[in-house]
Design a protein around this ligand. Structure first.
Ligand code: NAD
Ligand code: IPM
Ligand code: MN
Length: 356
């Protein structure tokens, strides 16, 4: 029997609430399948840990995590700890240290899910965002000069390396080719006259190896407009770190809300563990109330199963989520229901067992 060793960082706010349900579902999939199992190791890292220890994770945290097959993360961030510290010292440092250069985020309107776009149907909103995840606007390069003085200056660099751009763009082309879909690059070369001109150039260069892939290239401002007005245009999408961050929250809004937005931070070369997490944050406004929707986390768990080669289970989980959404009996308040986080998790387990 194959054992998948998972490091769990449930984190802050609604993180522990949604992760609990994700673990329940992963264990159930393993039990029903019988050919694999999970071994979960929990790490208490996050903002509470910071308040007690002055750091977001243990000093040897990255070394410790390296030994796992994957990381399952809830959310990070809490009032009282500056966001740039809590996120940089935990989430972002993991993405970078483990070279998780692909952030794969489905923007897919599942059957039964609500959308703010009144005329859109599931077949109209079916994209996969391939977000660059280690550099770009998130490189963490810059300086803060003359702090507190009248001539204060801050500089935040965007770092776009040839290697960094090529690998994410190539991954997106491969995905488009494998799925026989079009590929759209989203950039902003009219204003960002170095970074995005370079990005567009690499998009064209790499494209020479994929003559069969139909491509489009949009400026990010127009792309945001088209995502709302005509989402059908987009199939596989590749974009930079910051644009991908913003556009996938927009994507969440048109595809069921934050409670349904899943994501995977992948190190495709499998040199380091990959990390699976919903794209939403710690939602302090609803934390501790049992109101958080766990379906995004369950979908991310499905992405983990897919990454481990259990595609059958990844697809089944999406079917089960669609069942919950179309039945409309057990839904959290964000989807118009009154069920709790754990009741939704229990309902998935019930549906999983119906097939037996
Ligand atoms: P957020 O995603 O936490 O919340 C935005 C809105 O969506 C809130 O109204 C929230 O209640 C709702 N929401 C989010 N997830 C939900 C769910 N599963 N079910 C139902 N409703 C849900 O974003 P924010 O408020 O901008 O940020 C809160 C904190 O989280 C900040 O500290 C931020 O830095 C952090 N953050 C962390 C991550 C991460 O860990 N991956 C991602 C985004 C934000
Ligand atoms: C996300 C989050 C993170 C990001 C934050 C919390 C640093 O918003 O995963 O989308 O910007 O990547
Ligand atoms: Mn985000």
């Amino acid at each position: 029997m194959k054992t998948h060793k998972i490091a769990v960082i449930a984190g802050d706010g609604i993180g522990p609430e949604v992760i609990n349900e994700g673990i329940k579902v992963l264990n159930e999939a393993a039990k029903l399948d019988g050919s694999f199992c999970f071994e979960f190791t929990h790490f208490p890292w996050g903002c509470e840990y910071y308040k007690q220890n002055g750091k977001m994770m243990a000093d040897d945290g990255i070394e410790t995590l390296k030994k796992f097959d994957a990381i399952f993360l809830g959310a990070v961030g809490a009032p009282g700890v500056p966001d740039h510290i809590s996120l940089w010292d935990l989430l972002l440092i993991i993405r970078k240290s483990f070279d998780q250069y692909i952030n794969l985020r489905p923007v897919k309107l599942l059957k039964g899910a609500p959308t703010v776009l009144k005329d859109s149907k599931p077949e109209d909103i079916d994209m996969i965002f391939v977000r660059e995840n280690t550099e770009g606007e998130y490189a963490g390069s810059g300086s803060w000069l003359f702090k507190g003085k009248p001539n204060e200056v801050v500089i935040q660099d965007g770092v776009f390396s040839r290697k960094g751009c090529e690998r994410v763009i190539r991954y997106a082309y491969e995905l488009a080719k494998a799925q026989n879909k079009s590929l759209t690059s989203i950039s902003k070369a009219n204003a960002l006259n170095y970074s995005m001109v370079f990005w567009d150039q690499i998009f064209e260069e790499v494209g020479k190896d994929f003559p069969e892939v139909k491509t489009y290239s949009y400026l990010v401002d127009a792309a945001s407009m088209f995502m709302v007005k005509d989402p059908k245009r987009f199939e596989i999408v590749v974009t930079s770190n910051l644009f991908g961050d913003i556009l996938t929250d927009l994507g969440a809004a048109i595809a069921g809300g934050m409670g349904l937005a899943a994501g995977a931070n992948l190190n495709p070369d499998k040199e380091f563990p990959s990390m699976f997490e919903p794209i939403h944050g710690s939602a302090p406004d609803i934390a501790g109330k049992g109101m958080a929707n766990p379906l995004a986390t369950v979908w991310s768990a499905g992405q983990m199963l897919d990454f481990f080669g259990h595609e059958k289970w990844a697809n089944k989980l999406i079917d089960y989520i669609e069942r919950i959404l179309t039945d409309k009996k057990v839904l959290t308040p964000d989807l118009g229901g009154s069920a709790t986080t754990s009741q939704v998790g229990d309902e998935i387990i019930r549906i999983m067992n119906e097939e037996k």
